[in-house]
Design a protein around this ligand. Structure first.
Ligand SMILES: Cc1cc2nc3c(=O)[nH]c(=O)nc-3n(C[C@H](O)[C@H](O)[C@H](O)COP(=O)(O)O)c2cc1C
Length: 271
């Protein structure tokens, strides 16, 4: 089946991505869309081109039921509502055994080159012996970054395909057991995928730290200065906006979505 999506602007996709916490449980995610999201994860950048992360698609009701029991409490409604959950894990064995294939292959196809000091001799006798003797905890640290990269690509693809998504945590060891992870694997994070039960407009713009508080120039703590003209352009392109408030409209939207799912509602207007 074709992906059947309307062409979208990438900058707008960046702006439309939200952590969506309500889904339409009756509307299945087309298999081609799930595949496209997983392909986006697979095609994300991987260290040494070794592809050390895995995605397990949780969709069958039986697996979902078991999975829902072992996610963090706040995430249970999401795990139930979302027709698909993608479970991202890292696999240390894929690092130790994958780098010796991935890095030479990258050199052979011209991805890394002598221009930057790469050679087969350097790869085989210096780089690989160093990287493949990193202790497992360091490898896990590196691969959680790699997993995050894959998750980001997956979320953006989901957004581009008109789907909602949200990363969500769970009980790693139990998830590993239920999904039959190999010994060398470690659960990183799950991601709910489904047709949104709330609109992007209603979810609004999440509050974020001021630019200079987290973006520094030359030295940590020295605020970088954002050009207001660039920000205005990004705002006009739909990538960013003023932080939203819990307006009566937002409150009504949250409660409508919650009621539809038999979940508790809220009465306050200020959180
Ligand atoms: C790695 C990661 C883990 C997250 N885990 C959870 C989670 O367990 N449950 C949840 O509801 N949201 C989770 N979130 C979503 C964030 O809380 C979310 O980013 C925040 O609400 C900001 O909103 P936005 O993503 O819509 O911009 C996670 C996000 C990231 C990046």
């Amino acid at each position: 089946m074709p992906l059947n999506y309307e062409s979208v602007d990438f900058i707008e996709v960046l702006g439309k991505r939200r952590s969506c916490r309500f889904y339409d449980p009756e509307r299945a995610v087309e298999p081609e869309k799930t595949q496209a999201i997983c392909q986006a994860a697979r095609n994300a950048s991987h260290m040494g081109n070794a592809n050390c992360i895995t995605v397990t698609i949780v969709e069958a009701q039986e697996t979902k039921d078991k999975f829902t029991e072992i996610v963090s409490a706040f995430n249970i409604p999401m795990a139930k509502m979302a027709p698909v959950s993608l479970v991202f894990a890292l696999d240390r064995d894929l690092w130790y055994n994958g780098l010796p294939k991935g890095l030479p292959a990258l050199f052979k196809m011209g991805g890394v080159n002598p221009s930057h000091g790469w050679s087969m001799d350097n790869i085989e006798n210096t780089t690989l012996p160093r990287l493949t003797t990193f202790p497992p905890e360091i490898v896990a640290y590196l691969l959680s970054c790699e997993t995050g990269m894959a998750m980001a690509s997956a979320q953006l693809m989901a957004t581009a395909l008109g789907l909602g998504s949200c990363c969500y945590a769970g009980q790693g060891p139990k998830i590993a057991e239920v999904l039959g992870f190999r010994e060398s694997m470690q659960f990183v994070w799950a991601m709910a995928i489904g047709y949104p039960g709330e609109s992007v407009e209603s979810m609004g713009w999440r509050p974020r730290s001021p630019y200079g508080d987290i973006i520094y120039k030359e030295k940590c703590g020295v605020p970088a200065v954002a050009d207001p003209g660039v920000d205005a352009e990004l705002t006009a392109l739909g990538m960013m906006g003023e932080a939203s408030a819990l307006t009566p409209e937002r409150l009504a939207a949250v409660n409508k979505a919650a009621e539809a799912m038999g979940l508790p509602t809220r009465t306050d207007e200020n959180g």
